[in-house]
Design a protein around this ligand. Sequence first.
Ligand code: EPU
Length: 335
Amino acid sequence: MIQKNVSLQSYNTFGIDVRATHFTKVSSPDEFRDAIEKDIQPVLILGGGSNMLLTKDWEGLVIKNDFKGIEIEEEQDNFAIVSVGGGENWHEFVLWSLSRNMGGIENLSLIPGTVGASPIQNIGAYGVELKDTFVKLEALSFETGRKNTFHLEDCKFGYRDSVFKKDLKGKYLITKVYFKLTTKNHQINNSYGAIKQVLSDKKITTPTIQDISEAVIEIRSSKLPDPKELGNSGSFFKNPEIEKPQFEALQKKFPNLVFYELPDERYKIPAGWLIDQCGWKGLRVGNTGCHAQQALVLVNYGGATGNEVWKFAKKVQQSVKKKYGIELTPEVNVF
Ligand code: EPU
């Protein structure tokens, strides 16, 4: 059923109050085909609404992905293949896996959003990315209404990137994602400094996947605001990557430059650090601003419009460009 003139405020974690002229939830291929048959354009696909900034009313159709269900498809000695509906909440799936002692996604605890959205930007945190446990996904085509399967190599995963952000943007609704999770001999990834710190504070020397998840939850809750309390979309910008000559010149000028060395003589500079150094951290302008614990997170203090946030983001972008000569690109999708 297609509803008319629906507020999207509760459907985006920034809490921006815009309206959709047409809105529907789909939980089966038939519902999907019914929805697209009416040919109401343009279409916006909505998962958890946790990685978007809405700057205007949506004059078209909003489709909320509501495909549900978690199933163990296959069990081997050391691993299981699990399929998850695209509309399932990501963190609830992580908790489900931990309760069955299945490993591989514990570092991705507490990431907001849905399972169907997770491959689109190859979600990642604390040394792990979605692609590390991804097997394949099923998606419905807006062109044909039919199901297609995409395997790991088809998805062209990169840092916060996939084919679904590029050539296939807006062309598919992701209905089911398959993961390969370990059932014993879990690969613990505690390489990230903050995780090591929490574990050592708790005197845990041989962490379980549950310990890792708890540490991640502790770190994330201390830095990242809960969207239920303060509207936000996590990291607003991507961490920029620069080439060696630019890096060396910058390091000369700013000896305190924070960076991570990448292969091929490239360097990643944390956007949060750059924004912080430009003096934005904790700064509020009107109803928006930079979070006090993590400058990379822009927040809605209540009543902010999407344009207000976007204008603020552009100011932040300009000041980083002016001081460091680095162009920040949004990690969130701006509509
Ligand atoms: N930093 C500052 N000031 C700040 C924020 C960060 O100086 O206000 C410095 C930190 O001290 C640290 C560095 O910047 O040296 C990196 O900060 P942090 O470890 O918090 O991680 P991040 O690079 O800002 C990325 C992801 C997060 C993910 C964390 C942990 C991106 C764009 N963001 O953040 O992902 O949770 O690493 O792995 O890659 C998201 O995508 O929405 C997200 C939250």
